[in-house]
Design a protein. Sequence first.
Length: 442
Amino acid sequence: MFKRILITTIILLVASATGSSQNFKWSTLAKSKHNLPKSGQSKNQRGRIESDMPTAVTNIYWDGTAFKDTSTYTEYSYFLDGRIKTSLEKDIVNDVTTILNFSYSTKGTDSIITVLSTLKEGSVQTNVMYDTSIYNGKRILIYNVSYQKDSNQIIVQVFGSKTNILYHNNGKIKELITLGYNNGEYEPETKFETFLKSNGEYDYANIYQPNDTTGTLEVFGKFTEFNFQDDDFDRPLMFTLSVKFGNTFVKAFRSTNTYTPDGLPLTSLNENANFLTGNFENSDRITFAYDVFGNETSSTSETWENAKWNVISKTTTFYQYDVKTRVTSATVSQYDVSTMITTNESKTFYTYGPLSIFSASKSTSSVSVYPNPATEFINVSSSIKGNTQLEIFNINGQLMLSENKNLSPGQQNSINIGTYSSGIYTIKITNGNSVGYAKFVK
C-alpha cells in the first residue's frame, strides 16, 4: 500500500510543480475505505482480537435539519488477529452492493487478493481486483490489477499497475519502477531511484517520467533533504522536490511532517520555492488531532494568504464508546468557511459481537440461495429436512417472513421478495437442533 502511496505522491508532486494540480498532502493518501475505529483495548489493528472489531457498520446522513435514513450498511467478518476477512456493503442511496473477500500473505497486511461483486439497478457487474506482493526476503513486486467482467463472465476491461522494487545491499530501497497497464501491455509510468550517503543513509532520489516522444523514462526532478522515519518510506519527515530545467535542478517544493509516538500524522507543512529569491514560502498545511485511543477527532486544512494562516476546511469527529472502550458511534461535522458555522455531515453506528440473525458461524447446517443478488424471487435449499421453520429478517432484525415447510435435502423453494425494500436480508431455517443461515441482497 505505502509503495503506491509513494508513487502517487511523485505523480502529484510533479503535477504540482508544473502548476497543474494543487499542492499534495502526503498524509491524506493513507486513508483506507475500511479505516475502522480503534478500541481502547488495542491501538494496532494487527494486534486486535476479533471481538474488538465491529461486525456491522451503519451510516446515516444529515439532510440539513436532522439525521435521516441509512445511506450505507456494511457487515464484516474477521480473521482471529483482527484483519478483515469479508465485507458486504449495501449502498442504499445508489442501490449498489459490494462484496469483498480478503486474503493475506504471511509477510504483511498489504498483500491482499480481493474479489469484488457489484449489483446496481438489477444488473450484475463483477470486478476481480488482484492486489498483492511478491516476496524474496523483501517485497520485489507489487500488483494492483482489476478485471471487469460482464454478466457472462467475459472480461471486458483490464486496468491497473505493477511496481518493481530493488534494494541496496543494506536493505534500503534502491528503485521503485511503476508500470501501468495499457492496450494489453505494461508501460513505464514513473521511476524513483535513491542514492545513499557514505554512512548508508538516504542522500537524494531521482524522479523519472516518460519522454513524450519516445516513451522512455527520463529524469524529471529529484528529492533532496530526504528523511523518513523508516526504510520503507512509510512516514516522510522532510523532503524537497527539485525540478530539472536543462542541466540544472531548481528547488520547487518542500514538505515537512510530524507524527505522534504511535506514528499517526500530526502536521504536514507544504512550502513552494520563490524562484527569484530561492527561499521557501508557506503554501498550505494540514493538522490532525486524536483522542486517547488514537481515533482522529479533527483535521484542519489551511492556506497561507496575506501573511497568515486561513482555514479552508475543518472536519471534526465526535466518538461515543461502550464499557469496553469500543466506538459505538461517530458523528462527523464540517466547518463552512463562508458562514463560519460547523454543521453535521454524517453519523456512523458500530455493532460488535455475533449478530444472532447474521452470524453464519452459528450454523449447524447449510443453506443456499440464488440468484444472489436478487430482484423478484429467490430459490432456497437446505441440508435440513423434515418439518422446518423458514424465516427472513431484514438488516434491523425485523421478521419479514415466517413459514413452516416440509423440506427434502436439496429441494428448491421459491420465495417472492418483490415487495421487499432494497437491502441485506438473512434467511434462517430451523428444525430442532439443526439451524442454517444464509444472506441475500435485494
